[in-house]
Design a protein around this ligand. Sequence first.
Ligand code: F0G
Length: 417
Amino acid sequence: MKQDDKAWLQCINCHTIYPLNYSGYICVKCGDLLDVVLDLDKVEVRDWRVFNDRARGVWRYRELIPVDYSKRVTLNEGGTPLIECNRLNRWVGLKKLYIKFEGANPTGSFKDRGMTVAITKALDLNVKGVICASTGNTAASLAAYSARAGLPCITVIPEQAALGKVFQAIAHGAIIVRIRGSFDQALRFVFSKAEELGYYILNSVNAWRLEGQKTLGYEIAEEIKNEYSIFIPVGNCGNIAAVWKGLTELKNLDLIKDAPRMIGVQAEGASPFAKMVKENRESLQPIDNPETIASAIRIGRPVNWKKALRAVRESRGDAVIVSDKEILEAQTAIARLEGLGVEPASAASIAGAKKAVEEGGVDSDETVVCICTGHLLKDPNPELFKPKTLIEIEPDEEKLVKELTEIISNRAIQAIN
Ligand code: F0G
């Protein structure tokens, strides 16, 4: 490396350094994951004022993202609302609860933060096309950003990917490969065949994805100045690692005093990472047939588990396991108490916070931020989300008024009781 380099790629295990134009994903020496590393002494950010006059969003923090800003491929991602929940907090058992609503991103999930950076990098590397395996959101986001960049795109999805996400990938013109199998099998296919196809992998094993997603941490830290903990759903273990990377950089730049605890939440039937944390193990025991209603995090072999473990350990964080029933109850509570629509995987963060309060892992006086990663419409499953009240009736106005009057007065009685 040259002495004046401001950033490089580095193996998390053997610390071998690669230049920023390295187009691989893992260390050729030991096969471990790579990080994008910034030399923070050379970053010209000494206080938050650098960002003040800029629009909110990923590129507000351009000095901390080592790609060519002038060539960015963007849909104005990030800058999502941090919403204080003054009804849901009581349901969860907390004094102060915020939802960071990532469903407000252009394609409806946090993946857009990573894609704007990684697609910009892909163009810089002059790749022929891009490919990902996905439970759905990565596919939707990659399809959109590659369309904007004019790059061919292949998405490999499991049979049961959620409808809204597949629809997005189709709409944006990606080649869709539907594997009759799991996400883990889709990812194995992508890892083994991308090179043969000459396509660049944009799963979260690609460190450039996490480099965009880390801005989630920047945004929360810019808004909340007191102490708090973060609850975040975990699947392939990329996002929790990315958010922690962002927060660590802020701490090393002296832009924050203390970083929050990172608490990863997984669904019972797909919880290899959470089990490892809870049992204080040093390595991950993969699961062959992960099962959960939260299809976005139905993953048995999370690629980034080492980075995620680092996030939990360094932040003195934890992991929580929630059942599908708890996830669905949380999804309903968010929707009905706050008017926020989130998909099941996102609701896992709220379910996890509730469980942590019940089990004593979090004090009810603590401030908690739950990251709700994707929009409700991603996974429109009428079997899961039953209407509170549904009247099916012919267009007879008298009858309709009679039924409604009855329902309304019953509700009033219920409310009194
Ligand atoms: N929440 C949602 C809505 C997701 O789509 C994902 C991952 C996660 C949470 C977990 O994030 O994998 O970084 O730990 N979705 C990936 C996909 C796997 O293909 O869309 P993670």
